[in-house]
Design a protein around this ligand. Sequence first.
Ligand code: NI
Length: 394
Amino acid sequence: MLTRIKDLATKLAPRLIEIRRHIHSHPELSGQEYQTSAFVSGVLSSSGLHVQEGVGKTGVIGELQGTGKDERLLAIRTDMDALPIVERTALEFASRSQGIMHACGHDVHTTVGLGTAMVLSQMAEELPGRVRFLFQAAEEIAQGASWMVNDGAMDEVSNILSLHVFPSIPAGSIGVRYGALTAAADDLEIIIIGESGHGARPHEAIDAIWIASQVITTLQQAISRTQNPLRPVVLSIGKIEGGRAPNVIADKVQLLGTVRSLHPETRANLPNWIEKIVANVCNSYGAKYQVNYRQGVPSVQNDYFLTQLLQSSAEEAWGSDRVQVLPEPSLGAEDFSVYLEKAPGSMFRLGVGFRDRVLNYPLHHPLFEVDESAIITGVVTMAYTVYKYWHQNC
Ligand code: NI
């Protein structure tokens, strides 16, 4: 079966590269994937899948009916949105939309999803159950997965698989990880309210800028002294705003940041922990405060069984030296975790680095490029894992 899948994928390779380049040239921002989703629907329909458009706003679902009676439904999830980045590569198929770039490889994800659907549609007699392909919008703003789930994309789904490109792994190899893959990412807003006054007479005012700097320093120090060092927490203040003039003491400062963590228990305690620190600092100096903590996406926790399935499928397909078991998670975020709240699943990292380049630019970089041979690696790995899902343990 592996040989058949590899043959089908190899035959499709020129078409898949064409698809990827088309999507790469026509990137669309989160929530505006109109052309991309129309294109995706077209390819899915012509491969004989049952297609539903407008799921999760600009998302698309394609469903492939196997020929058996297995009740289980396996979902494959990919994302379609691009980033507000000016592409600086010299590729002939570089972005034609000014200021928008597929710099996170979602063009490759979409192509791998389509390629897997094309391969599996030609061997539907080998599939005892259903495969549902989810092409979601708006991953970059961590919204698309929730939109899909709210529109019923996970109804009846037993398990879900996904992938993300990874430039530091060479094309032809993949990475899997057991347990945590990415972090929970929450939004933090802190407002500090003091009292304005003359810059020369600080004792008559309450200096919100100085208190804000105490809050930031205390939070960073407190992480190292009060959080379990084996359960990472990263708090980054990325925006700070306050004050009116050099000689006027500011009465209000707003801090905006992101809070990353891996353990659900740690995460649950963070809002209180932050509020307590802010309160202590502000109370000491007579300032008022507000802490707004908004939970974003949870951590991606890969299921053991499905990760093992991905690993063994990839090892059979490419040899064990091409499959890395990743030792560390990332504190980046991925809204794939929203699907995992509905069904167990696993996401793998698809190597897209050029073996002969010393420097492979990172994700979200204006010079980010992928070695397109990785598309076939992705399609074969995904299609064979789907096949094995039904044929290894029934
Ligand atoms: Ni991405």
